[in-house]
Design a protein around this ligand. Sequence first.
Ligand code: SAM
Length: 229
Amino acid sequence: MTDLTYSEEFQYSHKNPYHQRLEAFSQFVFRDSEAEQYRGKWNSDIFKKEAPLILEIGTGYGHFLRDYCRQNPEVNFVGLDYRFKRSFQLAKSLARDEIENYRYLRARGERIEFIFGESELDQLYYFFPDPWPKNPHKKKRLFQEGFIERAHRVLKPGARFYIKTDHRDYGAQMIRLAEESKLFDVELVSLDLHREHPDFWLNSYPTKFEKIFIAKNEPIIGLVLVNKK
Ligand SMILES: C[S@@+](CC[C@H](N)C(=O)[O-])C[C@H]1O[C@@H](n2cnc3c(N)ncnc32)[C@H](O)[C@@H]1O
């Protein structure tokens, strides 16, 4: 079955009460189709500053967004998540922060091609995505061939796509698809990132989910892809 979120005709549903409540944060939160008006114009019209444009899909509780933006004030960072209530809670806490070099999107990762233009992004991050472990649900996983093609289009030539997961089956799927893909080179693949690559820079930005798995001594799978264009 085709996932309609990938099609141009797709309409976001706005019935969730938190959709409305997110309007209170419109100085830094964009919702759904609002975000899509800025396709190809994020640096010029939103950030009003030419800088590396970075996207994180599945921002969750915002740990990476906060830490990365604080330590890299020169970048333009966009965090994206599709959960309404979580987005509202994150927006409430971000509004108290002083960091300014980010925007937040309540949108679906499936829509990246409608949100960003050709070669608009300098980096892409995708950490601890929902694994959809049951067989009938696996088609809901975001990282599929169609998504790889879209990521390839919105990323600049040579841009990196960073992935971390604890989930072996989804991790194996992403590694297999990445290795088979002609659109990306696999620069790094590890089934135990923290032990095999203790000095890897990304280890110093643990997300909320990553901290949970580290505390349980569970290995983190890491994947770094380089866009071939
Ligand atoms: C398991 S949480 C991980 C959150 C965070 N990255 C971390 O590592 O702590 C996965 C997040 O991805 C979001 N998510 C899942 N599928 C998504 C999609 N298709 N588009 C946007 N966000 C999605 C969920 O709402 C959730 O907040």
